[in-house]
Design a protein around this ligand. Structure first.
Ligand code: URA
Length: 433
């Protein structure tokens, strides 16, 4: 059968700063998914979109076409509301781990379809795979059964191959053609998967700062606004929180070490910033799902073991040995403070790249990751430090990587003179509804 359009005309339309018609968008996404449009042609179109943008109606149509490239899930049969969270990615961002069981502890089901890390940002699935036996590949029936079980009520797994397959192909292409950091393409990529997943409510954690896609507040705001509008128009109760990613979250950036830190949070301890962000996002997820809870009540569920019980059941339901010792890397190296003073900056991107070089992350989608590798931080902005104390400890199974990690950490922090008054900024910067 003859194709409806010539792809060269579609590329030319966007190259010349014109608006793509609904039919052009539907066709090009479908034809690319079918393999009729070649990767080099789709790369040219993605670059034209990157350079010339898309209007709101084009973005909405592009998102719908990506959803229609695959299946739509639905959780109507559960009989309880569903609420999901998506983070645009950062360094030390382990929030999904304590958050999903925490929200589930209040009876709201959490269908958390997660990804793997690429570059300096970690991936939830890589972190959880450091738990022996834990499995991220579930069928739709297994996902539903887990969400239906009142003792579990949450699932953290990989998106199946039929969920927005156009995005899977396009994201891989954008990754190798410098077209990732583009608001219309990020917004449609994220929201096509989330809308197709069928959640009732969605909280977007849009990271801002050196360790995030969006380095500037105005770009992050635009991305958040675009995604909230796409979700709302599709009937998903969507809220975005702009949150700080200028410095890593918590005191660890690496796979097994982030699971350990998350378990500390679920046991009622853990670093304050991780606890505060987990609680803030849980409050929003419960509210958006129509089951509002006060902040104190949500904090109490971390303190009294309700969230921990759900975590244990969640890990066990997916084959994980929740009591197993998590792996450690074989080699460590301390990085010492050279002066006394107050830490006023610790750069998220530099720490993320160091963790990646130590083996915690991957350069290509098919590379393996080291479970024990990463960076443990002993000081964060606002802390007093003393000359000679360890500021961080680097962990790896491949010690020949220490020099490359140390290279990127050169200049990654500032220490101001003793007595300097310094208070870190808030973790939640702004809410967009
Ligand atoms: N995460 C996604 O799923 N897609 C993007 O484009 C960027 C981040």
């Amino acid at each position: 059968m003859a194709e409806k359009f010539d792809v060269v005309d579609v590329i030319r339309t966007k190259r010349d700063k014109n608006i793509l018609s609904d039919d052009q968008i539907d066709w090009v996404i479908d034809a690319y998914t079918r393999g009729v449009v070649d990767p080099e042609q789709m790369s040219a179109l993605a670059m034209a979109v990157f350079l010339n943008g898309m209007t709101r109606p084009e973005i909405a149509r592009w998102c719908n076409a990506m959803i229609d490239s695959g299946e739509r899930l639905g959780f109507e049969s559960l009989g309880v509301p569903t609420s999901d969270k998506h983070s645009t990615g950062g360094v030390g961002d382990k929030i999904t781990l304590p958050l999903a069981p925490l929200v589930a502890a209040f009876g709201v089901a959490v269908p958390q379809l997660s990804g793997r890390g690429l570059g300096h940002t970690g991936g939830t699935l890589d972190k959880l795979e450091s738990i022996p036996g834990w499995n991220c590949n579930l069928t739709n029936e297994q996902v539903e059964a887990q969400l239906k079980d009142p003792n579990v009520r949450s699932v953290i797994c990989a998106a199946g191959p039929n969920l927005a397959p156009a995005d899977k192909k396009l994201y891989a292409l954008r990754d190798i053609t410098a077209t990732v950091d583009c608001v219309p393409l990020i917004a449609t990529s994220i929201m096509s998967k989330k809308i197709a997943e069928g959640t009732d409510a969605l909280i977007l954690d849009v990271k801002v700062g050196s360790g995030a896609f969006m380095k500037q507040l105005d770009m992050a705001r635009e991305l958040a606004r675009t995604m909230v509008d796409l979700g709302t128009d599709a009937g998903v109760n969507t809220v975005a929180m702009l949150t700080d990613m200028s410095t890593p979250l918590g005191l660890t950036a690496g796979n097994a070490m982030e699971v350990r830190e998350s378990v500390e949070v679920l046991a009622g301890g853990g670093p304050q910033d991780v606890v505060d962000l987990t609680v803030a996002l849980a409050v929003e997820m419960l509210d958006a799902a129509g089951q509002p809870q006060g902040e104190d009540e949500v904090r109490a569920a971390l303190q009294d073991g309700r969230a921990m019980d759900k975590w244990r059941n969640l890990i066990a339901a997916q084959g994980g040995d929740v009591d197993a010792e998590l792996p450690w890397a074989t080699e460590t190296q301390d990085v010492l403070a050279e002066t006394d003073g107050v830490m006023t900056r610790l750069d998220a991107l530099d720490v993320g790249v160091a963790a990646w070089r130590l083996g915690a992350g991957r350069a290509r989608a098919t590379d393996p990751v080291q479970a024990g590798a990463g960076v443990v931080m002993h000081a964060k902005p606002g802390d007093q430090v003393t000359a000679g104390q360890p500021l961080m400890t680097l962990h790896t199974d491949t010690p020949d990587q220490f020099p490359r990690a140390l290279e990127v950490l050169d200049g990654a922090w500032d220490i101001a003179p003793v007595g300097t008054a310094f208070t870190p900024g808030p973790i939640v910067i702004e809410k967009i509804v």
